[in-house]
Design a protein around this ligand. Sequence first.
Ligand code: G4P
Length: 529
Amino acid sequence: MSSSIPLEAARRRTFAIISHPDAGKTTLTEHLLLAGGAIRAAGAVRARGETRRTRSDWMKIEQERGISVTASVMTFDHDGLMFNLLDTPGHEDFSEDTYRTLTAADAAVMVLDAAKGIEPQTLKLFEVCRLRDIPILTFINKMDREAQDPFDLLDEIAGKLALDPAPLYWPAGSGNRFKGALDLRTNQFIPYVRNADDPTPAPVAFKGAAISSYLLPEEIEELTDNSELVTGASKPFDPQSFLEGHMTPVFFGSALRHFGVEELLAGLGAFAPPPKAVSAMRANAQTHVAPGEKEVTGFVFKVQANMDPNHRDRIAMLRLCSGKFQRGMKLKVQNTGRQLSVNSPIMFFAADRELAEEAYAGDVIGIPNHGVLRVGDSLSETGALRFQGLPNFAPEILRRVRIKDPLKAKHLKKALEGLAEEGVTQLFRPMMGADFIVGAVGQLQFEVMADRLANEYQLEVIFEAAPFAEARWISAERADLEDFTGKHRNAMAEDIDGQPVFLAKSAWEIGYVDERFPKVMFSRTRERG
Ligand code: G4P
């Protein structure tokens, strides 16, 4: 029945967690899954060092917990809603991948370490959310440790992010003196139990007699003063302002101790938006695709290599934007016109990978394929639709790839293209010379890449300093483009889609050519599709 399509879409909550490494994203992920009933037990996540940096956080969880979460998304049905939690890689070197994942999220949870506040990576990720108008819920974590003054933390959110913090709860103390949190809307106090084996007590009325079992008189007084102060000083939570990205509801808790997590999940259910209409092009005309529309549409935001290195197939992560997807359905790729029968789509339930029988806007399905699908591809039943706004980011580090055995050069080309198709690194083919230039957002990606080339493709490579430091996509009228290209042959390259890229020796050089060629646009990002 087609009328169920808008209803199904409306009960989706697709979100990601953003944070600086170590703020507690992995722990919170695990505890949200626990709160959502997707897993039964949580345990300490202990991966450290190399494993910790190179693996996705969820792979860590999988190793530790023995559950199958080797996925880019975890789906769980809770309280009448379908939650899709998108994994964002933990290490800052993978930020481009993270940016892409955020294109598929409708909301984000920003995790702050209560002792550290806003850290550099938090800020970077926040900027991406703002760019995409993604509403943000804030979870101030690790209240069971000594924390900064919560008022200072709110000031920091307001000052550094230009975002109105609207606390929904207020903590009673922190660290050894952490006693719980007051629900500022209901005036119920949620006690924190120090001993994890003790049962969690039910919330009690802050103004009632039972509060004295949890708080000392001076603590009651302090919490009364603080809650009055914060209610007077901050704007009340306004759902509309949150949806527009001006305001963030603030939760306090301890992911590790499962405190405040249920409240956060309830907040996500109540405030985070269902999928909204997405802008797209259809036959050269601008349009909006509403989640309740009948045609099945979506875009690929990530391509993941098969976890089994012996299998070369890849899994394209398709974020659905409309319609009711059914297994076996045929979808067309807009830019190539290729049609594929999606016979074995994967949906990622926490407990297991399952074949997706049906899915709706907001859901993510994994489509196994052999390199046909790429990051940024738009898929739909008609193949006529192209979604906008999946940017490629200018890499921050460029390296020249050299192979130890020159007889394997052809093999190298295929391998590099394969890795670039996953969208984690970028590949540039200079117009002059035979060496490839690989771009990445961080140094670690080159190490991971060398490792993967050796293990998955049996290729030994060296990444050398490249004669370039910056890459910019260029665009202009044809004559201007030819003029520019003609004058800069040694610095011109193509990206994996054949788009022209200017490679510069320094940022200064970009400023210089930008001034001399006013009709040429130099761009740090390129929208695919
Ligand atoms: P990340 O994914 O954001 O990088 O952070 P992760 O969850 O891995 O947490 C980083 C460290 O912070 C871990 O400690 C974790 O146990 C701890 N942590 C997370 N949430 C809380 C919290 O609410 N309270 C306290 N006290 N600690 C928290 P670790 O020592 O690095 O690892 P482990 O040995 O405990 O596993």
